[in-house]
Design a binder for this molecule. Structure first.
Ligand code: C5P
Length: 228
């Protein structure tokens, strides 16, 4: 179902606000992303609380460390019951393999390619000479070869990724902006309809829903746009 392809980013400061948002979106959304802001504030308890509402959880911790440390963190996330977890593919193939080897409980491991807030200039700044598109393909190849289940990429990279890797991995896209929504700090955005048409598996949407005066209405509008 279309609504099962939307993941709402719980980018709020407290457990209470997160649970209030989940309650508002009950029967519309069943998959939520817990990112660094909320996890740093509330710890593993927030994961248990969201799971206890019957929702699925993507723990978006974007791990990037030495292989052993990442592997142990992946084990901990699996024990907590997260359905998805992210690691940075720029951590290199040894780190990625340590992560995929440590995953358990059917938890999907997603690789972050190039953040959607990045531009070519950001790559230049840290000494990477290739363009965004090439860098995304390079990192995805590293991830796929090391057994990753999916990648997080900008909606503009879906088509080249499918061309190169077909359906060897899931593609999850942030940077989704329905008509009328502000881009905020996202640089490479796309509408929900166009992203699904481009063959994304999941859309992750934050501020267009969480910062809306009426989050239910925001989700309804997005679902309407997707069905039209
Ligand atoms: O508010 P917005 O819709 O921009 O939120 C997008 C969410 O997706 C944020 O939680 C952000 O951390 C996350 N994300 C991203 N780019 C990635 C991976 C995750 O924007 N490459």
């Amino acid at each position: 179902m279309t609504k099962d392809r939307i993941i709402v980013a719980l980018d709020v400061p407290t457990k209470q606000e997160a649970l209030e948002l989940i309650e508002k979106l009950r029967d519309q959304i069943s998959f939520f992303k817990i990112g660094l802001q909320l996890y740093t504030a509330e710890g593993p308890e927030i994961l248990r609380a969201v799971l206890s509402t019957g929702s699925k959880v993507w723990l978006d911790l974007k791990l990037h460390d030495i292989p052993n440390t990442v592997a142990r963190a992946v084990e901990s996330a699996g024990r907590l019951g997260a359905q998805m977890l992210t690691v940075h593919l720029s951590g290199g193939s040894e780190m990625i393999r340590a992560a995929t080897t440590a995953r358990a409980n059917n938890m999907l491991l997603l690789g972050v390619t190039v953040l959607t807030s990045w531009t070519e200039e950001t790559l230049r700044e840290i000494g990477i000479a290739s363009g965004v598109a090439d860098q995304v393909l390079r990192l995805t190849k590293l991830g796929v070869d090391a057994g990753i289940d999916g990648v997080v990429a900008s909606p503009h990279e879906i088509k080249p990724l499918r061309r190169e890797f077909a359906h060897k991995m899931k593609i999850v896209v942030p940077g989704i902006r329905p008509s009328g929504a502000e881009a905020n700090d996202q640089e490479r955005t796309m509408s929900p309809r166009d992203a699904l048409d481009a063959d994304a598996d999941y859309l992750v949407i934050g501020r267009p829903i969480t910062a809306h005066r009426n989050p239910r209405e925001a989700v309804d509008k997005i679902l309407e746009e997707l069905r039209s």
